[in-house]
Structures are given as structure tokens and as C-alpha cells.
Write a protein that binds this ligand. Structure first.
Ligand SMILES: Cc1cc2nc3c(=O)[nH]c(=O)nc-3n(C[C@H](O)[C@H](O)[C@H](O)COP(=O)(O)OP(=O)(O)OC[C@H]3O[C@@H](n4cnc5c(N)ncnc54)[C@H](O)[C@@H]3O)c2cc1C
Ligand code: FES
Length: 290
């Protein structure tokens, strides 16, 4: 703790485990009690490596009682390679929890009067990691869940056992077949929504993954009037809202009534997000670039 009793954002964690999930992904388990206590689904940490800038990584799971956090890391370059190669026992320098996460209170108006609300998570690639934490939190709150996870091929499928143990229903999609659904995660979502009898306000969709997948999901939700939150990634520097280097284009007004003429502005992915209402994002097909 700091002297003024404000919780500190900087933590010295201790790496307890480093498990290989696939050829390119690792799962780190870190003891960091204060961080674990303060964290919420959708938030992230900035980890120090030998590189100049810290690397942002979403929280994948948190055990508040044991004071543990888990992070899933994919090898894409020097910083993530270093993190995947860390040896247990080493100290890890973390800043977090950072950002604005998912809001499970944001089902559509009147959801509880019309029946039990249902959370659907849709993710692909490293987007699965923060969604697992959200599913665990929803399970703790007794919210029924469906998890849709997309992979390029069955060989890349990770976290299947853990997601099946956490979500009420799981659909694993693969572009090349061999899993529950053949196609991408957005197409799997369409097939679920087409056969469901829930009213839009009873459903909350939370998504994380590549921008193209998120746009696909967001546009489906806008059309069906289903509340949707998306977790975005942008290249980050400070991670705490100061440098504005991670700004993304958003509509000024919330809700789904935007038109091509709606006024737009920028918000900081690291501070105002990374989770945003999908209806606020100016998606690439509508001219938004980040
Ligand atoms: C909020 C947030 C949460 C994240 N959560 C996770 C996570 O849970 N697990 C995980 O493995 N990764 C996550 N990332 C991405 C991770 O931060 C980057 O992969 C990492 O910083 C790359 O560092 P590097 O030195 O290995 O690669 P670099 O040499 O920096 O980059 C290698 C390649 O990855 C691309 N890249 C790097 N950073 C990003 C980024 N932020 N967005 C899109 N492309 C990028 C580069 O364009 C380049 O092509 C997250 C990013 C953000 C912003
Ligand atoms: S990274 Fe500096 S404001 Fe977001």
C-alpha cells in the first residue's frame, strides 16, 4: 500500500507456474494478492520485460482467496517470447489492474422481468483469455452462460476443458472443421441466435478477439438489438490514460441510433476501455481506423 492508503498499481508478483498450452501459447500463474483482490473481468496488466515499453496482457483468471492471477500469453514477438520463457520462482513486475472491464449489470432493460438473463461470450485467439475470467465471474453470480470460441484449426484449440467446466454450454468452432462447428466464431453465434427463443434484452453478448470478428459480432447485435460489449486491443504505451497513444474512434452518443453523420470523437483504449459498448465503436467498415 502507498503511504496515503490508496492501493498501489505497481506489484512485485512471484511466478508460481508456467504451463505450455500449445506450440505458441503459455499460461502463467502469478502470486500477486493485492492485484488479485482489486481485479475485475476485462481489466489488464502491464508487464515489464527487457523491452522499453511494458506489454499489456488481459487477466485470464483470478483467485482472490489464494491471491493468484493467471495470464495467457501468445508468442508474437520479443516481449511475449520473453514472458513465455519465464522460469517459475522469478519476480514479475506488474502494473494493474488497469482499464474499464466488462459490466455484467448491463443486460437490456426489463431483462429480469421477462426471464433469466443469459451471457454469451464470443472469442477467438488471445481473446479467449479475458472471456474465461468473465465466465468464471458469471458462474459465481449464477448467470447462465454460453461460450463460443473460434480457432483456425483443431490443433490451435486451447482451454477446452476449462471452458466446458465453467460455461453452461460451449461451442468450439474451427475454420477447418473437426470441432463442434465448422466456420468462424461469428458464424457460430449466428447459428445460436437463429435458433434461440430468448428476447434480445435477456441476452448480453461479450466479445474479444481480432477486430474483424468483433465487427461481425457487433453488427449482428446491432441488427438484433442485443446488448453487446467488446474488448478491443490497441498498441499501448503508458497504459494509464496519459499519453493518448491508444485512442480509438467512437461515436459521441451511446446506443444503437448512430448514423453515418453521427459525431465522432476518440477515447483511450487503456483507460476508457478496453471494454466498450459495441454500438459506440466506429468500425473499420464505417471509416474507423486504429
Ligand atoms: C488490452 C490488451 C490486452 C491484451 N491481452 C493479451 C493477452 O491476454 N494475451 C496475449 O498474448 N496478448 C495480449 N495482448 C497483446 C499483447 O500485448 C501483444 O501481443 C504484445 O504486447 C506483443 O509484444 P511483443 O514484444 O511480443 O511483440 P511486438 O514485437 O511488439 O509485436 C509483434 C506483432 O504483434 C503485433 N502486436 C503487438 N501488440 C499488439 C496489440 N496490442 N494489438 C495488436 N497487435 C499487436 C504487432 O503489430 C506485430 O505484428 C493484449 C493487448 C492489449 C492492448
Ligand atoms: S496507452 Fe497511454 S493513453 Fe492509453
Amino acid at each position: 500500500m502507498c503511504q496515503d492508503n490508496k492501493p498501489s498499481l505497481r506489484h512485485q508478483g512471484s511466478l508460481l507456474g508456467n504451463e505450455r498450452l500449445s506450440d505458441s501459447t503459455h499460461l502463467l500463474t502469478i502470486k500477486a494478492p493485492e492485484l488479485a483482490y482489486a481485479a475485475r473481468p476485462g481489466q489488464f496488466v502491464q508487464i515489464k520485460t527487457s523491452r522499453y515499453l511494458r506489454r499489456p496482457i488481459g487477466l485470464m483468471s483470478v483467485d482472490r482467496e489464494q491471491g493468484l492471477i493467471q495470464l495467457g500469453i501468445r508468442r508474437v514477438g520479443p516481449g511475449s517470447n520473453e514472458l513465455c520463457d519465464l522460469a517459475p520462482g522469478i519476480a514479475v513486475d506488474l502494473v494493474g489492474p488497469l482499464g474499464t472491464g466488462f459490466n455484467l449489470g448491463l443486460f437490456g432493460e426489463g431483462a429480469c422481468e421477462t426471464g433469466p438473463a443469459h451471457l454469451v461470450t464470443v472469442g477467438g485467439g488471445t481473446g479467449l483469455f479475458p472471456l474465461l475470467y468473465l465466465l468464471e465471474e458469471a458462474a459465481g453470480q449464477g448467470i447462465p452462460t454460453t461460450a463460443i470460441a473460434g480457432f483456425r484449426s483443431p490443433a490451435e484449440a486451447i482451454l477446452q476443458e476449462r471452458m466446458r467446466a465453467t460455461a453452461k454450454r460451449c461451442i468450439f468452432a474451427s475454420d477447418t472443421g473437426g470441432l463442434d462447428f465448422t466456420g468462424h466464431a461469428g458464424e457460430a453465434l449466428t447459428s445460436v441466435l437463429d435458433t434461440w427463443h430468448l428476447r434480445p434484452e435477456q441476452i448480453l453478448i461479450c466479445a474479444c478477439g481480432p477486430a474483424g470478428l468483433l465487427e461481425n459480432i457487433a453488427l449482428q447485435c446491432l441488427e438484433r438489438k442485443i446488448p453487446c460489449q467488446v474488448s478491443l486491443e490497441a498498441r499501448m504505451a503508458c497504459g494509464i490514460g496519459v499519453c493518448v497513444g491508444c485512442s480509438i474512434p467512437v461515436y459521441c452518443h451511446n446506443g444503437g441510433a448512430e448514423t453515418a453523420e453521427s459525431e465522432t470523437t476518440y477515447e483511450r483504449c487503456c483507460y476508457d476501455g478496453p471494454v466498450f459498448p459495441a454500438a459506440r465503436i466506429v468500425w473499420p467498415s464505417r471509416g474507423g481506423i486504429w
